[in-house]
Design a protein. Structure first.
Length: 318
């Protein structure tokens, strides 16, 4: 008797799905400026405010989540539609807003297939949730250099939208199965993984324990430690072990300047900070150690974080 195939459950952002499958074009990745994301968000809000004046029921940033089954995989697709409103003819419209620096002459209805796909998935979810027989998808492009607005529309039945989503999931399914198998193999290796050295150095086990707890429970951990205690392994090993428990982790090198600005913003005098080592910054000045200790008395809300913990390893300093 054949054993039943277990259901694979995957939660996937709509944008991640469509960009993985549909994004095409140049590999040009030239520098476009640090403020492009902020500029895009500002333009989005501007266009949304204008749409509210034109359409009384215009709703901005509508969160959508839909469950779709393909063979043994259950996909939960989620994301935020830039806007949803009712057109003059009574048809519900999903509005997807994009900003671009491409020349206006190059912005055509087929400019970016992933934009249509993203809006169609949103429309499919919305149509299913509200039992609508038809939907309209609108792409709104804002050309930032010329400040031009270009709009394109396509009309779909609910059945057509459902078929479009199913086609996307059928194409993505082999990758999803491969990712699940890889995760199983990864977790097996992580479970068998041992600390790569015979013993911990002084302070290393305590630091690793704090890193693991923050990875597992959430929050932010601020550590100060001298060069040579083994900071890199004290971070990498517990972070990898946390992955075994299904925790998503990201390693960010904070550097010294953000720490210095944070302390100075609280009127704490800080001397020159030491060089960055791996993902952690050793503070080699006694004045900096004193300043870091004062963080214990500063409200975490001042930094918009859920947790600040200072691991004091200064007793190991020479």
């Amino acid at each position: 008797m054949q054993e039943p195939v277990s259901t694979i459950q995957i939660t996937l952002p709509v944008r991640q799905l469509v960009e993985f499958l549909c994004r095409v074009g140049s590999i040009d990745n030239r520098f476009t400026g640090f403020d492009r994301a902020n500029e895009g968000a500002r333009i989005h809000r501007k266009l949304q405010r204008a749409a509210v004046k034109e359409h009384a029921d215009y709703a901005a940033e509508v969160f959508l989540r839909g469950i779709f089954a393909y063979e043994e995989i259950e996909f939960t697709l989620e994301g935020r539609a830039d806007g949803i409103f009712t057109a003059a003819d009574g048809v519900t419209v999903v509005d997807e807003i994009k900003t671009t620096a491409c020349p206006a002459a190059d912005i055509t209805p087929d400019f970016a297939p992933e934009h249509w796909a993203q809006a169609m998935v949103y429309a499919a979810i919305y149509a299913a949730q509200h039992e609508l027989e038809e939907m309209r998808v609108q792409l709104t492009y804002f050309q930032v250099d010329e400040e031009l607005i270009l709009r394109f529309e396509r009309h779909y039945t609910a059945q057509q939208l459902q078929e479009e989503v199913e086609a996307l999931l059928a194409e993505y399914a082999p990758w999803a199965r491969r990712a699940v198998e890889w995760k199983k193999a990864r977790n097996s290796d992580l479970q068998a993984m041992q600390f790569p050295f015979p013993t911990y150095r002084p302070g290393q086990r305590a630091m690793a324990g704090e890193v693991y707890k923050v990875c597992r429970d959430g929050g932010r951990l601020l550590c100060q430690a001298p060069t040579g205690i083994g900071k890199s392994m004290s971070v990498l090993f517990p972070a990898l072990k946390a992955l075994e428990d299904g925790v998503s982790t990201a390693c960010k090198g904070t550097g010294t300047m953000p720490c210095e600005r944070m302390l100075k913003s609280q009127a704490v005098a800080v001397m020159e900070l030491g060089n960055r080592t791996a993902a952690w910054s050793p503070f080699d000045k006694p004045e900096a150690v004193k300043a870091l200790r004062q963080l214990r008395t500063i409200s975490a809300n001042s930094f918009q974080v859920t947790l600040i913990q200072v691991l004091d390893l200064s007793s190991n300093w020479r």
